[in-house]
Design a protein around this ligand. Structure first.
Ligand SMILES: NC(=O)c1ccc[n+]([C@@H]2O[C@H](COP(=O)([O-])OP(=O)(O)OC[C@H]3O[C@@H](n4cnc5c(N)ncnc54)[C@H](O)[C@@H]3O)[C@@H](O)[C@H]2O)c1
Length: 263
């Protein structure tokens, strides 16, 4: 898929990666870009910065009615959705000790919101013979987010759900990609580093921290090839291979990195 004349919706569109995708899709010639975010003011600012091709929508992706309304409003306004990016996500920086409320929020934003998006867009996309779902997951979804148990568990679930969608609906024209970056220079990572979270420190020590625009470059290339796994950090493919071939050795390497960071 290329973006020329496409109608795209991006949740978490006011954030680091989401806003870079919105700007890039518009620059690639999209006919409309819907910047959907919980933070209405920030979404307005991103859309205003892009110009008339973009508009903002205040949406909580954990509320199925709001996701349904986002999709229905967009289809009414533009006739269709070509590309829906389920990109909103949250990290916690904690482990098993976190209260259920934190686990629940991670589950609802990082996984259930993708289910709501698929439920809402599938009827229209399948009726039109196709469409594209981009799920922003994480390298944590194919590896492990050291220091963040809910993030690891929910991002693995998000990759699993995206793969299930691809296998189930590809022959009916639905294309699916799972975007799995490692470190990206956004408020999510900056906040984790500022709070001294181990996970953020491991990410920063584990390789290049890309800019959101570099992630957008990888997304444009991945969409053009209609590749399932989009890996802005190509080394993640090698890590995933090593983890699959030798899980114990892989975990030993991670523990060594954690010991080094903890001093
Ligand atoms: N930054 C990284 O290092 C990194 C690495 C891998 C994956 N990711 C993933 O990329 C995606 C984007 O994250 P980012 O780094 O741009 O972070 P970010 O914090 O800059 O952006 C996240 C956006 O999601 C929005 N959001 C949160 N909960 C929402 C909800 N319930 N409804 C609607 N919007 C909501 C926030 O308001 C924010 O604008 C996330 O799914 C994240 O897990 C980030």
């Amino acid at each position: 898929m290329n973006l020329t004349d496409r109608i795209a919706v991006i949740t978490g569109g006011a954030g680091g990666i989401g806003s870079a995708l919105a700007r890039r899709f518009a620059a690639e010639g999209a006919a409309a870009v819907v910047v959907a975010d919980l933070d209405a003011d920030a979404a307005d600012a991103v859309a205003a910065g892009i110009g008339p091709v973009a508009h903002a929508a205040a949406v909580d992706v954990t509320d199925e009615e709001q996701v349904r309304a986002l999709v229905a409003d967009t289809e009414r306004r533009y006739g269709r959705i070509d590309l829906f990016c389920a990109n909103a996500g949250v990290a916690t920086g904690g482990g098993v000790e976190l209260p259920d409320a934190d686990w629940d929020r991670a589950w609802r934003v990082n996984v259930l919101a993708h289910v709501y998006a698929a439920r809402a867009v599938l009827p229209g996309m399948l009726a039109r013979g196709g469409g594209y779902l981009l799920a922003t997951c994480s390298a944590a979804g194919v590896l492990t987010a050291v220091g963040d148990a809910p993030y690891t568990a929910t991002k693995h679930a998000a990759v699993g759900f995206a793969e299930w969608l691809a296998v189930t609906y590809r022959d009916q024209g639905l294309r699916v990609s799972a975007l799995c970056p490692q470190g990206v220079d956004t408020p999510m990572l900056a906040d984790g580093l500022a709070a001294g979270h181990l996970g953020a420190r491991v990410i920063a020590a584990s390789g290049a921290v890309l800019s959101p625009d570099q992630v957008a470059d990888a997304v444009i290339a991945g969409l053009a090839e209609e590749r399932f796994l989009i890996l802005p950090h190509p080394e993640v493919a090698g890590y995933a291979r090593r983890r699959a071939e030798d899980p114990d050795g892989w975990q030993a390497g991670l523990r060594k990195l954690v010991r080094r960071l903890r001093g």
